[in-house]
Design a protein around this ligand. Structure first.
Ligand code: ADP
Length: 666
C-alpha cells in the first residue's frame, strides 16, 4: 500500500479522504490556497503545501503545482477528490508521466466519457439502453429536426460537449425547434467552444437514479447499489438517498448489471457512477458516467458498510476489489442532506461570511457529518459554499427520514444564511415522505417549500425579551456595581425592548415580579412567562408551554434556534451586550437608517422614566425612544426631519443618581 498520498482538493472531501488514509496508516499531504491557510483539511493532514492564490484557477486547478508538491513531499499517489482536476484526463496523464499514481480511472476512460455523443456510441455498442434520439456526427439541422419530429415532442437538445446543464433546451413543439436549436448552439459555443448538438426524447417525469460501480485492474466489476438523486434545483442535487425507494430487486439487478457493463465497456478502474433516467414505466436510460467519487458517496457507504475511499486506494494500488457482488448487501436506508451557505428564498444564491455559530447534531452510528469547516471559519466567495453533508442512516426509509429531519433541527448555524430550514421543510414534506420523487419535485412543490420562514412572532419576541433580561440579570449578579439593572427585592422591574424581526420593529415590555416570573407585553397580547438561561441555552415557559432554544449572537443581532428552525432578531435598545458600559450616562442611537419624525425634548431637559424623547420612522414603522429612567437630556444631536444612518448618536442622556444606585442594590 502507499505510505504517503497527496490530496489535490480542499474542504470536506479532502478531510474525508484524509480520515480513511489515517485509519489505514497512510500519511497525507494537503495542498492549500491563500484563503485556506487555516482550513481544516490543512490542519488534519500530516503535511501541507501552499500552491497559490485563493481563486481555484490560481491554485487547485494548477496541475503542475500539485504534481510538484507531490514530488517535493515524496507522495506516491494523488487523490483528486471530486470537482477541480478529478475528471481532467491531462492531469491524470501528467501524474503517470511523473510516476505518481492517479487515484482514479485510466485516462482513456475519462476521455471516453468526456463527449456526450461519443459516450452514447460506446454505450449503444455495449447494449446499454439510451434515451431515444440522435447523437450522430452529421450536424445538419434538418437531420436533427427530422429525428425530433419522428420521435414526437417534447424533446431535449443537449450540447455534445456540455455539462452543468449548459447548452440544454427543452422543445415542446416543432415550431419552437429552430429557435431552440439556435439558442442552445449559441450557449454551447460560448461555454464549451463547440456547438455540436444531440437530441433526445424529453421524459416528463423521470427519476435520477445512479449506480455506484467499482472495477479493478484484474477484470472484476461490481455495483454497490443505487442512489436516488431526483430532488434537484438547477441540476444540483439537494437530498440524496440510498437505496432508491420503490425499486424492485429485479430492476435493481438489471440496472446494476447494466451499469457494470457500461463501466467495463470503457475499461474502467476505480470508483465510478453510472447515471440513469428511470421513467415512470420502469424503463431506464443511460445518461452519463461520472469518472470519480461522487459527493453523495456516503449514503452508499452507510447502507453497504464499505469505505469507498479505502476501495479506491486498494484498486489504485493494484489490489483486487475487496468484495465480490454476492458479498455485497443493502442494510437499511440512508439520506444525505447538503447543507449550503445559500438563500433558498433568493434563488439559492450563495451567501458568504463567518460561521459565527456552528453547532452540529451529535454524531453516532446513525448520524455522520462530513465537513471541512469549524465554528469561526469563513465561507469564502472563492469556492463551493457547501458547509457540510449531513448523512443519516436507519433501518428503513421512514425512520431514516424522521431522524434526518430531527438532525436538521439540531443543526445550528449563524453568521451566514443557510438552506437548513429549506432542507427541513423538504425532508418533512408529505410528498417527500411519500417518496413521490421525480426530477421536477422542487418545481412541483414550490408552494410548500418556498414559504417564507414561519415565525411565531409572539413566541420569538417573548423568548428574545426573556433572553435579554436574563443576560442583564446575570451581568448584574456577576458585576453588581457595573450593572444598570434596576431590580430590587420586593419591587417590580420593567424592561422595555425595541426588537427588529424581518423588517418590522416591535416594542416588547417585560415586567419582572418578585417571584421571578415575567409578564411580557407584545402588541396586544400579554404572555405569562418564566425562564432560565444556561450559557446560550434558554428555557422559557410561555403560557405553560416550556421550550428550550439556543440563542447565538451574530454581527447584526441574535439567532434563535428552536423547533421552527433558526429565527433572527436584533435589538434596537437596550442590548445586554452593552450593559458592561452602562452607568448613569448613555447614548441613544438610531437602530437603523431612517428619518427623525419628532424630537420632544431639548438639551438639559429633566425627564421622567418612560417619557418619549425622540420618534423616528424606519422600515415603515414608527420607533419611539423613551427615557429608560428619570434623568436629564445632556446633549441633543438630532432634529425633526433629519435623515440618519443606523448607529448615529441621537442624544446623550444622564440618569439620576439614585436610579443608578438601584442597580447597585441588586
Ligand atoms: P449535464 O451534463 O449538463 O448535467 P445531464 O445529461 O447529466 O446534463 O442531465 C442533467 C439533468 O437533466 C438530469 O439529472 C435530468 O434531471 C435532466 N435530463 C437529462 N436528460 C433528460 C431527458 N432526456 N429527459 C428529461 N430530463 C432529462
Amino acid at each position: 500500500m502507499f505510505t504517503k498520498i497527496l490530496i489535490a482538493n480542499r474542504g470536506e472531501i479532502a478531510c474525508r479522504v484524509i480520515k480513511t488514509a489515517k485509519r489505514l496508516g497512510i500519511r497525507t499531504v494537503a495542498v492549500y490556497s491563500d484563503a485556506d491557510e487555516k482550513a481544516l483539511h490543512v490542519k488534519l493532514a500530516d503535511e501541507a503545501v501552499h500552491i497559490g492564490a485563493s481563486p481555484s484557477s490560481a491554485s487547485y486547478l494548477l496541475g503542475d503545482r500539485i504534481i510538484a508538491a507531490a514530488k517535493k513531499t515524496g507522495a506516491q499517489a494523488i487523490h483528486p477528490g471530486y470537482g477541480f482536476l478529478s475528471e481532467n484526463a491531462e492531469f491524470a496523464e501528467a501524474c503517470s508521466d511523473n510516476n505518481l499514481v492517479f487515484i482514479g480511472p485510466p485516462t482513456g476512460a475519462i476521455e471516453a466519457m468526456g463527449s456526450k455523443s461519443a459516450a452514447k456510441s460506446i454505450m449503444e455498442k455495449a447494449n446499454v439502453p439510451l434515451v431515444p434520439g440522435y447523437h450522430g456526427k452529421d450536424q445538419d439541422p434538418k437531420i436533427i429536426k427530422q429525428c425530433a419530429d419522428d420521435m414526437g415532442y417534447p424533446v431535449l437538445l443537449k450540447a455534445v460537449a456540455g455539462g452543468g446543464g449548459k447548452g440544454m433546451r427543452q422543445v415542446w413543439s416543432a415550431d419552437e425547434f429552430e429557435q431552440a436549436l439556435a439558442d442552445a448552439k449559441r450557449e454551447s459555443k460560448a461555454s464549451f467552444g463547440n456547438d455540436d448538438m444531440l437530441v433526445e426524447k424529453y421524459l416528463t417525469q423521470p427519476r435520477h437514479v445512479e449506480f455506484q460501480v467499482f472495477c479493478d485492474q484484474h477484470g472484476n466489476g461490481v455495483y454497490l447499489f443505487e442512489r436516488d438523486c431526483s430532488v434537484q434545483r438547477r441540476h444540483q442535487k439537494i437530498i440524496e438517498e440510498a437505496p432508491a425507494p420503490n425499486m424492485s430487486d429485479s430492476l435493481r439487478t438489471e440496472m446494476g448489471e447494466t451499469a457494470v457493463r457500461a463501466a467495463q465497456a470503457i475499461d474502467y478502474q476505480g470508483a465510478g457512477t453510472v447515471e440513469f433516467l428511470l421513467d415512470v414505466d420502469g424503463s431506464f436510460f443511460f445518461m452519463e458516467m461520472n469518472t470519480r467519487l461522487q459527493v453523495e458517496h456516503p449514503v452508499t457507504e452507510m447502507i453497504t458498510g464499505e469505505d469507498l475511499v479505502e476501495w479506491q486506494l486498494r484498486v489504485a494500488n493494484g489490489e483486487a476489489l475487496p468484495k465480490q457482488q454476492n458479498e455485497l448487501k443493502i442494510n437499511g436506508h440512508a439520506f444525505e442532506a447538503r447543507v449550503y451557505a445559500e438563500d433558498p428564498n433568493n434563488d439559492f444564491l450563495p451567501t458568504t461570511g463567518a460561521l459565527t455559530t456552528l453547532i452540529t447534531p451529535q454524531e453516532s452510528d446513525y448520524v455522520r457529518i462530513d465537513t471541512g469547516v469549524v465554528e469561526g471559519d469563513e465561507v469564502s466567495p472563492f469556492y463551493d459554499p457547501m458547509i457540510a453533508k449531513l448523512v443519516v442512516w436507519d433501518r428503513d426509509r421512514s425512520s431514516a427520514l424522521a431522524r434526518t429531519a430531527s438532525a436538521l433541527r439540531d443543526y445550528q448555524i449563524s453568521g451566514v444564511t443557510t438552506n437548513l430550514n429549506f432542507l427541513y421543510d423538504l425532508a418533512s414534506s408529505k410528498a417527500f415522505v411519500n417518496a413521490e420523487l421525480d426530477t421536477g419535485f422542487i418545481e412541483k412543490h414550490s408552494d410548500d417549500l418556498f414559504n417564507p420562514v414561519k415565525v411565531d412572532l409572539t413566541q420569538l419576541l417573548s423568548q428574545a425579551a426573556c433572553y435579554l433580561t436574563l443576560c442583564v440579570i446575570e451581568k448584574a449578579e456577576s458585576d453588581p456595581w457595573g450593572s444598570r439593572s434596576a431590580w430590587r427585592m420586593n419591587q417590580k422591574d420593567i424592561y422595555s425592548y425595541d426588537l427588529v424581526v424581518g423588517d418590522e420593529l416591535h416594542n416588547v415590555v417585560l415586567e419582572r415580579s418578585t417571584n421571578n416570573t415575567f409578564l411580557i407585553s407584545v402588541g396586544d397580547s400579554v404572555v405569562e412567562a418564566s425562564a432560565s438561561l444556561n450559557g446560550s441555552s434558554l428555557t422559557a415557559t410561555l403560557e405553560g408551554h416550556k421550550q428550550s432554544v439556543t440563542v447565538a449572537k451574530q454581527d447584526d443581532g441574535y439567532a434563535v434556534f428552536g423547533q421552527l428552525g433558526a429565527s433572527v432578531f436584533s435589538v434596537a435598545e437596550p442590548d445586554c451586550g452593552e450593559s458592561d458600559k452602562a452607568d448613569t450616562s448613555k447614548e441613544f442611537t438610531a437602530p437603523m437608517n431612517g428619518t427623525i419624525v419628532d424630537v420632544l425634548v431639548s438639551a438639559n431637559d429633566n425627564v421622567t422614566k418612560g417619557q418619549v424623547l425622540v420618534i423616528m420612522e424606519a422600515m415603515k414603522m414608527q420607533h419611539t425612544m423613551r427615557a429608560s429612567s428619570d434623568g436629564t437630556v445632556s446633549e441633543l444631536y438630532c432634529a425633526a426631519g433629519d435623515l440618519v444612518d443606523g448607529g448615529t448618536i441621537l442624544l446623550a442622556f444622564a440618569a439620576d443618581q439614585d436610579e443608578a444606585e438601584k442597580g447597585n442594590d441588586a
